[in-house]
Design a protein around this ligand. Structure first.
Ligand code: SF4
Ligand code: SF4
Length: 279
């Protein structure tokens, strides 16, 4: 996945727009001189599900994964934090590349699976700006025009992308929310919440199970049990909690006794009633 400097305007203007049924011809493998050349000096943004898969594959906690293998990408324009895969400081190579290829192939990130395909998803898709796929052409990649032709749909199935897209749907809803159009950057506390809930799942698990979280929010016991060991369930729950905390949506329910206690305290003038997330 070589770094491709592309702008939204450039994509919309220059790229041939492909539907899932359109075909392209591409082959990647050990037989090509460029094999693994694309696994260096590249910015790969990791999604929450990418991190979940990689930390499980490496049998390490999310906190350790983030510290060892990522760099945070966060700016006023970006609005919310994104981790990118950290290349080796000297060789500039991906930490997971070896002579024989990707050592985390079964759990490689979404961007690595998609390459050389890109997907453009306008924030507010209108008739002329529907989501579409396109093929990235880069000089170092010799795979174009090699091997068999297949449809975009077939590529997505072959590369195991559907599972990643299903898991990414809730994250996309979060980051494409109109909240980001209205609001300035997150406060440092909100950015930290976002980072923990999306990317540092093992820390988020401790936050849910070992703080006063479950005293404040109604979460049924079956779900609590699932949150103890099921990372996918935990990620979905984390994204619901962010929607509650950042957007004020009713995706979480505060326990009635907590609401009542806060009302009483407010009547007595000792607290202000809020439905925020400061647990
Ligand atoms: S994760 Fe695997 S496929 Fe992706 S850049 Fe690293 S070595 Fe290459
Ligand atoms: S064909 Fe393209 S994607 Fe495959 S190894 Fe070569 S540069 Fe990377």
């Amino acid at each position: 996945m070589p770094e491709q400097v592309v702008t939204v305007e450039g994509i919309l203007r220059d790229q041939a727009r492909m539907t899932p049924d359109d075909q392209f011809t591409f082959h990647c493998g050990l037989d090509l001189n460029c094999f693994t050349a694309c696994c260096a000096d590249v910015s790969i943004v990791l999604t929450p599900y990418d991190i979940l898969r990689l930390k499980k594959a490496l049998r390490i906690k999310s906190t350790e994964f983030l510290e060892k293998h990522t760099l945070p990408l966060f700016s006023a324009q970006q609005k919310f934090p994104l981790p990118i895969l950290r290349m080796d400081a000297e060789t500039k190579k991906c930490p997971f590349v070896a002579e024989q290829g990707c050592t985390v192939y079964a759990d490689r990130p979404w961007a690595c699976r998609m390459y050389p395909l890109g997907v453009a998803k306008p924030k507010n898709p209108t008739a002329p700006d529907q989501p579409f796929y396109f093929v990235l052409h880069e000089e170092l990649c010799q795979g174009h025009g090699q091997g068999k032709a297949r449809s975009v749909r077939a590529w997505i199935a072959e590369q195991g992308i559907e599972e990643y897209e299903m898991m990414a749907a809730s994250f996309q809803e979060l980051v494409l929310h109109e909240f980001w159009n209205r609001e300035a950057a997150l406060t440092p506390q909100q950015a930290e919440m976002f980072y923990m809930a999306c990317y540092d799942l093992d820390r988020f698990r401790r936050f849910v199970l070992e703080s006063r979280f479950l005293e404040l929010f109604e979460v049924d016991e079956t779900r609590v049990q699932a949150l103890r060991s099921d990372d996918e369930e935990l990620l979905e729950f984390a994204l619901l909690w962010l929607r509650f905390s950042l957007f004020g949506e009713k995706t979480m329910k505060i326990r009635p006794d907590v609401v009542e206690a806060r009302r009483q305290a407010a009547r007595q003038g000792s607290v202000t009633v809020t439905t925020g997330s400061s647990v």
